[in-house]
Design a protein around this ligand. Structure first.
Ligand code: FE2
Length: 298
């Protein structure tokens, strides 16, 4: 990958993925990258016991936190298997200035290349807050981050098997931040099998992909190298829970079956059209940015 960012487009010119270099005109990104890694190491080495310490997507350790629904939870809320002790460490990590800069850079890049989807993600957190009646000083799970949840995948050897994240929003976009110290010419590449692409993914860079639909995985790094990754995502279930007024599909059918079959169920057949319309094309990107920048901010 050279120093310019690149987008991947479908045959109708819709942008569905982005390989993004961070802003580094003043050379400060190296400090941010290393600072992020140091904050991650401090957090991870202090963590208390947790469920699923071994990541199912590869042979490395990770921690996942934020909002979810399902997995035994009756209402949408913070993942139940994150202890208060670990949550405090995660909050400290999120408030580190270098971590904040990585997350806010993700926000900016996402807004730049996916302005319409950016609005969906901002809205879902706002309406989640309204529906749950959390106090006014509620802060989103990732503070500035507009996604509802995150996974920190601990170095030194983060190599994911090929997979899709099927619980994420179907047309959603997840940022992946790669960090560590490795030769990106010889390892750590992102593999997108359906597209027949193997992409250099240097430490300190971002890739944004529709992780629910695009099969993705990584190439292993060298023996004495280290690589970690940080990803953010929002579950499709959270979008549905908010769209149904703070209930699941099952609950809505039970409580208000008439409304479900009259208003919601008929939308299903055309949902993919609406989903695809949330992607900008190269030619509509500027107009979409202008339009979406004028939208209400919460
Ligand atoms: Fe993934």
């Amino acid at each position: 990958m050279n120093r310019s960012s690149k987008v991947l487009c479908d045959k109708e010119d819709r942008i569905f993925a982005c390989l993004a270099h961070p802003p580094n005109e003043d050379g400060s990104w190296d400090v941010v990258h290393k600072g992020f890694q140091a904050a991650g190491e401090r957090m991870f080495t202090s963590l208390g016991p947790r469920k699923d310490e071994k990541e199912r997507r590869g042979e490395f350790e990770s921690i996942t936190w934020g909002l979810s629904i399902g997995q035994g939870q009756k209402v949408c809320g913070h993942m139940l298997d994150v202890s208060a002790y670990n949550q405090e460490l995660l909050d400290t990590f999120l408030l580190d200035p270098n971590v904040r800069r990585v997350i806010s850079t993700c926000n900016s890049m996402f807004r730049y290349y996916f302005p319409k989807l950016f609005g969906d993600y901002v809205d879902v957190l706002h309406y989640y807050h309204k529906l749950t009646g959390d106090p006014g000083d509620w802060v989103p799970p990732l503070y500035e981050g507009i996604w509802a949840a995150a996974s920190y995948n601990n170095p030194p050897n983060v190599m994911t098997f090929e997979h899709v994240d099927q619980a994420n929003k179907a047309n959603g976009i997840c940022p992946i931040f790669s960090f560590g110290d490795f030769n990106a010419k010889t390892g750590g590449h992102l593999v997108l099998r359906q597209l027949k692409l193997v992409i250099e993914f240097p430490p300190g860079c971002f890739i944004f992909i529709p992780s629910a639909t695009l099969i993705h995985g990584n190439i292993r790094i060298g023996k004495n190298e280290e690589r970690g990754s940080f990803t953010m995502f929002t579950a499709g279930g959270l979008f549905r829970w908010v769209a149904y007024g703070g209930q699941t599909e099952k609950e809505m059918k039970e409580r208000d079956g008439k409304r479900w079959y009259k208003d919601e169920e008929p939308k299903r057949a055309q949902a993919w059209v609406e989903s695809m319309s949330q992607f900008s094309t190269v030619s509509s990107l500027h107009t979409d940015r202008v339009y979406c920048n004028g939208r209400k901010e919460y």
